[in-house]
Design a protein around this ligand. Structure first.
Ligand SMILES: Nc1ncnc2c1ncn2[C@@H]1O[C@H](COP(=O)(O)OP(=O)(O)OP(=O)(O)O)[C@@H](O)[C@H]1O
Ligand SMILES: [Mg+2]
Length: 354
């Protein structure tokens, strides 16, 4: 039995399976503790994507939390999330995230037989990605060599935002990987960027034995500070570490608290949210909406944003303007009151409206 069939033991999906009538599974890219990633073909946009599937039905909702943390972030050292979906036929048991494919290998594999001078730029890349995230008040929460991919041209990209948390007090169970969770979190302390610095320090320390040439004494002292059990002994910010790395790249700060925010659509988004609230309040029947207008005015991006807004509260199916396809999509949903359709048409006038 191939490894990915074992990973997806509850419902093995063979290559070739099409999810949500849009994504065709091609080949497994890798697997983690809770999920498996596939290379997949996006049949609508004709591109290749990475599709992250959860392999445990009792963890439904986790990928949506991951998507909320990463949605809209655009940075060369953070993987770019493209979409979140629940499979139309299989319903809530099969949710998935759509990411850009990072073509390369995990840092774990990449670091075998490197010298420190070759590894350091990748670590600086990860610091740059973390700096961007921290400027938004978000900690990654699961920095480790398996959650860093190194592209074929040597760029470090941080993936797996499944444990991301807002800065502030801890609540609920502590997320992360044993051995990388800083002592202050286990003791109920605050979530902030220094938690990630600890995990990054542990990550690098664990890679050191396989390096051809080790870092010099000054760098070893910095690594020891990153892994300090007492949070006050650690560097305070990513920018401070980059400076000690003698790395000239500045930490890029996210504009207006969030990058890639949809600009100039506040009116549409506000009226959509109002309508969504009213509709939820009334416990109404499934509903569908058409978004229409001349081509080139940004309907696709607006549609994406409306879908992401609604997804945190209801199930959304993105359909085409063909009525027949919509009514087919309606059938498999177990809870008929929890549906909200959004669709796009490219023509001037709606082909069909509610
Ligand atoms: N966008 C991507 N491009 C290429 N490969 C990817 C991508 N996302 C994930 N992978 C591969 O799939 C593996 C598992 O992904 P990910 O780390 O997101 O899953 P996870 O189950 O949350 O992991 P963990 O064990 O840390 O909880 C990665 O280590 C990587 O090999
Ligand atoms: Mg992972």
């Amino acid at each position: 039995m191939p490894w990915y069939t074992r990973v997806l033991a509850h419902d093995p999906l063979p290559p070739g399976t099409v999810l949500s009538r849009r994504y065709r599974l091609l080949e497994p890219l890798g697997a983690g503790g809770s999920s498996v990633a596939w290379r997949a073909g996006d049949l609508v946009l004709g591109r290749t994507v990475a599709l992250k599937l959860i392999n445990n039905p009792s963890w439904a909702g986790r990928l949506h939390a991951e998507f909320s943390a990463v949605q809209g972030l655009v940075h060369p050292n953070l993987v770019r999330a493209l979409d979140y979906e629940v499979d139309i036929e299989r319903g809530d048991a099969l949710e998935f995230l759509v990411y850009e494919v990072v073509s390369g290998q995990t840092l774990e594999r990449y670091a075998r037989q490197l010298s420190w001078s070759e590894l350091q730029p990748v670590i600086a890349d990860i610091l740059a990605g973390l700096g961007f995230l921290h400027a938004l008040g978000v900690a990654h929460g699961d920095v480790k060599a398996n959650n860093v991919l190194v592209t074929d041209d040597g760029r470090g990209v941080l993936i797996d935002f499944g444990c991301a948390r807002r800065f502030g007090p801890t609540f609920g169970a502590i997320a992360g990987t044993a051995g990388y969770i800083p002592p202050e979190l286990a003791a109920g302390g605050k979530i902030d960027g220094r938690n990630d610095l600890f995990a990054l320090g542990v990550t690098v320390e664990r890679l050191l034995p396989q390096l051809k040439t080790p870092p010099d004494g000054r760098m070893l002292r910095l690594l020891r500070r990153l892994c300090a059990r007492d949070v006050a002994q650690r560097p305070a910010t990513v920018a401070e570490v980059l400076e000690l790395f003698d790395d000239s790249r500045a930490v890029q700060l996210a504009p207006a608290g969030r990058s890639a925010r949809l600009l100039g659509r506040d009116t549409e988004l506000e009226s959509f949210e109002r309508e969504l609230n009213d509709w939820l309040h009334r416990g109404a029947r499934p509903v569908s909406r058409l978004l229409w207008g001349p081509s080139g005015i940004g309907k696709s991006r607006l549609l994406q944003q409306l879908k992401w807004t609604a997804q945190s509260r209801v199930r959304v199916v993105e359909g085409s303007s063909a009525l027949a396809e919509w009514s087919r999509a309606l059938r498999p949903w177990p809870n008929p009151s929890k549906r909200w359709f959004v669709a796009k048409v490219a023509s001037e006038s709606p082909v069909w409206s509610k």
